[in-house]
Design a protein around this ligand. Structure first.
Ligand code: ATP
Ligand code: AMO
Length: 467
């Protein structure tokens, strides 16, 4: 009798033994009436299974049935492990299974809406083939996203979502070790948390409500509730109006909030240690995955320093002016193009793709941001950039209820829905600050990918609400 064996574990040590495997058909091939081959995959491993009427005690009917099974079907196979004389091409395992029994557990339709081999091909492969006169199909982003379950089966996509999982794990691990607790605040709110128009509204039992644009209000209220150091992970919603390569309508926020003792640089210190540890962890724990992503989407490894570079906003715009001739209004925000340029200048000058820009103009930050003590036109805030794009926003928060109310009024924010939040600061609160990270952006930029839809499992953008 045989027991179930992982394909990964089927090797020469099992020669002549009977094993049972379960996997997905990647390829079938029939040679005459008496011989057939199946390549069966399980995770990253593939094995060739052979059906030979003469030697294997299988019937011609069985050869026909097995090789007629559609690609991507799930099969259980019982067979005997054999070691062929010549190397096997097109399978990871250098042993074969001489098939005795085969059971089609779940058949895939014969005409798949997306061919996984096509979806897994790199741009370079397509171009090389074209030079050799072979026209290989390019799978469009819409076809991929419309058939996401199949698209996700490519090696690069399998790797991307393992990397994403690792980012979440490393984020949690680091914050637990820094004595943070995870909290689970509501996502249904009575009003906007960030101000601005990008909010999804809905009917909450007859009352107007909206989906949280961030856990900002409740993570601060947890600090008011004496929780000292909290973090939040999970979906946040932005009613983005335009299509860009880096905005989703629903993304995953990794947020933290903490009491600060002297200065909001303590928050930046945490971001620094967290991300250096995260990049180290990804490079160490995801070698195989990074290689798989790079194979389809080549990218340069991320350059980062042991101690993260910090520049003030003023230093940043000075650099843009002096080294690139770009004039930036010192009290306005950087646009996407300026951010990219600054990222490029910093990489050239300091040899890092990762840096913190701090002390932004107050006018471009949300109402809850603490003004700078020495110059109220600026603020105790920062953004963090990865390969020239923003992945994090953070700041010290206003903990004085009068100043907070005044700032909200100045920015025309509806105070009615913020009453409980405002009240929280009337019962005594320590100075505090925090930050929010866009998970999908971190993975996109760490892997040098060109579109955030590649790092969102089932993306929600201005047009897309399915699958
Ligand atoms: P958010 O602040 O909404 O989290 P973000 O930080 O990337 O996203 P913003 O801070 O709103 O973006 O703006 C930074 C820059 O990004 C803007 O100056 C603008 O150039 C660009 N940007 C933001 N939203 C859009 C958009 N919907 N379409 C095009 N460009 C945008
Ligand atoms: P902010 O609005 O800058 O800050 O958001 C924090 C981070 O979230 C990511 N992000 C997005 N990712 C994908 N699609 C979007 N539409 C999108 N919008 C933002 C970015 C951004 O840096 N409450 C503050 C954070 C704080 O101060 O703690 C906030 O929400 O990576």
């Amino acid at each position: 009798e045989s027991t179930w064996t992982e394909i990964e574990a089927v090797d020469e040590t099992l020669k002549d033994q009977t094993v049972l495997i379960s996997g997905r058909i990647k390829k079938t091939c029939r040679v005459g009436k008496q011989t057939g081959f199946l390549v069966v995959e399980e995770n990253d491993f593939t094995i060739q299974c052979v059906l030979t009427v003469a030697e294997n005690q299988v019937s011609e009917q069985m050869v026909k049935f097995a090789t007629g099974l559609s690609k991507e079907s799930i099969v259980d196979i019982q067979g005997i492990v054999s070691v062929p004389g010549a190397p096997i091409r097109g399978a990871t395992q250098q042993v074969e299974l001489q098939v005795r029994k085969i059971c089609a557990v779940s058949k895939a339709v014969p005409m798949l809406p997306l061919n996984i081999e096509d979806a897994a091909r790199s741009e370079a492969d397509i171009e090389n083939a074209l030079e050799a006169g072979v026209h290989l199909p390019r799978v469009t982003q819409d076809t991929r996203l419309n058939n996401r379950v199949l698209d996700l089966r490519t090696p690069a996509n399998q790797a991307i979502f393992r990397i994403e999982s690792e980012v979440g794990k490393l984020f949690r691990q680091h914050l637990y070790s820094a004595k943070f607790i995870e909290i689970f605040p509501p996502r249904l709110l009575s009003g906007s948390s960030e101000g601005g128009a990008s909010v999804f509204t809905l009917d909450y039992n007859g009352r107007p409500a909206c989906l949280a644009q961030s856990p900002q209000l409740h993570k601060q209220m947890a600090i008011c509730a004496n929780m000292k150091r909290v973090f939040v992970t999970g979906p946040v919603y932005r009613a983005e109006k335009s299509n860009t390569h880096r905005h989703l309508c629903e993304f995953n926020g990794l947020d933290a909030e903490m009491v600060i003792k002297k200065h909001y640089s303590e928050v930046m210190d945490l971001v620094d240690a967290l991300f250096v540890a995260m990049f180290d962890g990804l490079n160490e724990n995801c070698k195989k995955e990074l290689k798989a992503v790079r194979k389809q989407y080549p990218f340069e490894p991320l350059k980062y320093l042991r101690k993260t570079l910090r520049l003030t906003f003023e230093e940043g715009i000075q650099m843009l002016k002096e080294e690139d001739g770009v004039e930036v209004d010192p009290l306005s925000d950087l646009n996407t193009e300026m951010e990219r340029k600054l990222g490029k200048l910093v990489a050239e000058k300091y040899g890092t793709d990762f840096f913190i820009l701090y002390k932004f103009p107050l006018a471009v930050r949300p109402f809850y941001t603490m003004p700078a003590y020495d110059n109220p036109e600026y603020s105790n805030s920062f953004d963090v950039f990865l390969r020239g794009e923003e992945i994090i926003s953070g700041a010290q928060r206003i903990h004085d209820p009068e100043l907070l109310t005044a700032r909200a009024q100045e920015l025309g924010i509806n105070l009615e829905t913020l009453e409980a939040y405002m009240d929280a600061f009337r019962y005594g609160t320590s100075p505090h600050g925090g930050f929010g990270v866009g998970l999908e952006r971190v993975v996109m930029l760490f892997c040098g990918l060109d579109n955030i839809r590649k790092t969102s499992l089932f993306p929600r953008d201005p047009q897309r609400l399915t699958p």
